[in-house]
Design a protein around this ligand. Structure first.
Ligand code: URA
Length: 199
């Protein structure tokens, strides 16, 4: 089972790495960046989904390894989890120039890979990090709250049905918001406690 998952994930990784039709592929090559497919436990109960890799991530080929990643690791630690206990990925797997928002075309190109990753891991909980990943997941799972504001939906578990069974979606603020704002950090900590109760 685990080796099956590993093989399937390696196939996803190879496809993402070869995605030359992505407008972000040339930027990756020019800068000697890496695609950031995702990392963590393939049997994880919780899957975290962010927006797109930043510069640190693209240099290392690993998700959430910069300042936001430090916040994410701290939040995990507070609820007794390590990065190796969960799976961490992004909607878009290549760094957009100047960390701009990914375009609809780019999102569409990377969508099948994230959906395959969810299918491989079959998590109990999907925790979205930021508005962008929240919008994406609400839309993909036909959750009627699509279009809702993160300021209203964060920290509120949402039941969703998928082809492999029931999943709880928990929208969270992006860890970057906690970097410079004490109140937002507290909110994120409280929302992680909600997450803890669902795993
Ligand atoms: N922000 C994201 O959304 N994803 C990362 O991997 C890093 C920063």
């Amino acid at each position: 089972m685990a080796s099956d998952k590993l093989k399937q994930m390696q196939k996803v990784a190879r496809q993402v790495e070869a995605l030359s039709e992505s407008p972000l592929y040339a930027f990756r090559q020019e800068n000697q960046y890496k695609a950031v497919v995702g990392e963590g436990n393939l049997d994880a109960a919780v899957m975290f989904i962010g927006e797109a890799p930043g510069e640190n991530e693209a240099e290392m080929g690993r998700p959430f390894v910069g300042a936001s990643g430090r916040v994410l690791s701290e939040m995990l630690e507070q609820i007794g989890l390590e990065r190796d206990d969960v799976y961490i990925t992004n909607v878009v797997k290549d760094r957009p120039p100047n960390n701009r928002d990914p375009s609809p075309e780019e999102i569409a190109l990377y969508t099948p890979f994230l959906l395959q990753q969810i299918e491989i891991i079959q998590p109990k909980v999907i925790a979205t990090l930021g508005r962008f990943a929240m919008d994406f997941i609400l839309l993909q799972f036909n959750i009627p709250l699509g279009g809702g504001k993160i300021s209203e939906l964060h920290g509120k578990p949402i039941a969703a049905q998928t082809e492999f069974g029931d999943v709880t979606v928990i929208p969270l603020y992006h860890p970057a918001v906690a970097l410079y704002n004490r109140n937002q950090r507290k909110t994120l900590e409280e929302d992680f406690q909600v997450l803890r109760r669902h795993i």
